[in-house]
Design a protein around this ligand. Structure first.
Ligand SMILES: [Zn+2]
Ligand SMILES: [Zn+2]
Length: 274
């Protein structure tokens, strides 16, 4: 019997090699996710490659999005950012195949991967291996959610971490204790861009954001946590926000949208101001 690195169908997380499927997916068992309606199901990369493709699209100068079609697991996109010092993949998708590797190689390959939080870890180790074992930057507070430990995973500590190309990771906490966002100062023609995954969550009207402990199960965050998130973003200049799902974009006025949305959220919880 040979081992395989099984992938959870509901969240897309790839596990380390096992003989037979793992017993459960702790990420889906947690109250910030859910076990699928058919119970715990597993797939493999080999099977995903037969049924899915990754689509690449240019979002703005030097920024591309990548999503798996038909929709796979949670359905988030990854973003590929080109800098003079190398390319970064932000967040990740479950599928990696030869076509994707060729397209990304034409854009200059990848130097590193950074992922906002465990819901998007997916097949990050296989992605890293496909580009020569490049580092995956995660916050150490979320280490327990890594289901396929590997030497390419680089845990960082503290509140901020500089990367190559002028990029910075900011730990905001909230949705996950090690939740991180990425700041790209050169983005939006120099006005600054924040890549947020699903916190702050870009709302449907693309003028407001929101904040949740659990999105599928609608569990809000405490007022103090919202204030912490705002405090940690305060030193950074940004005008545009890219969320985790296709078309989740606040094109301009992003920083003010975050502040205004935090005020609205706290008012809904009975507070008169920030
Ligand atoms: Zn799962
Ligand atoms: Zn999430």
């Amino acid at each position: 019997m040979k081992t395989d690195c099984f992938i959870c169908v509901t969240c897309g997380t790839q596990f380390g090699p096992t003989y037979g499927t793992p017993n459960e997916c702790p990420i889906c068992g947690d109250e910030r996710q859910y076990v699928g309606h058919q119970g715990q199901l597993w797939t493999t990369m080999e099977r995903l490659r037969l049924e899915h493709r990754n689509m690449l699209a240019e979002e703005e100068s030097n920024l591309f999005s990548l999503r798996t079609e038909p929709k796979c697991a949670i359905g988030q996109r990854a973003l590929l950012l080109r800098t003079d010092d190398g390319n970064l993949l932000w967040d990740c998708v479950p599928l990696i195949d030869c076509e994707t590797i060729s397209k990304i190689t034409l854009l200059g390959g990848l130097r590193g991967i950074a992922i906002s939080h465990p819901h998007y870890y997916t097949a990050m180790v296989e992605w890293s291996e496909a580009f020569g074992g490049i580092p995956i930057y995660l916050h150490c507070n979320d280490a327990r959610w890594v289901m396929r430990p590997d030497k390419c995973v680089c845990f960082w500590k503290g509140e901020q971490q500089g990367l190559f190309g002028g990029l910075s990771l900011i730990r905001t906490g909230g949705h996950f204790d090690g939740f991180q966002v990425l700041h790209w100062p050169a983005g939006a023609d120099g006005r600054g861009v924040l890549w947020v995954g699903d916190q702050p969550f870009v709302c449907q009207d693309r003028r407001w954001v929101s904040f949740m402990y659990s999105y599928p199960n609608l569990i809000p965050l405490a007022p103090g946590t919202i204030r912490d998130i705002l405090d940690r973003l305060a030193p950074f200049t940004f005008d545009r926000l890219y969320g985790a799902f296709p078309d989740q974009l606040i094109a301009t006025g992003g920083k003010e949208a975050v502040r205004r949305s935090a005020v609205r959220y706290l008012q809904a919880l009975g507070m008169s101001s920030l």
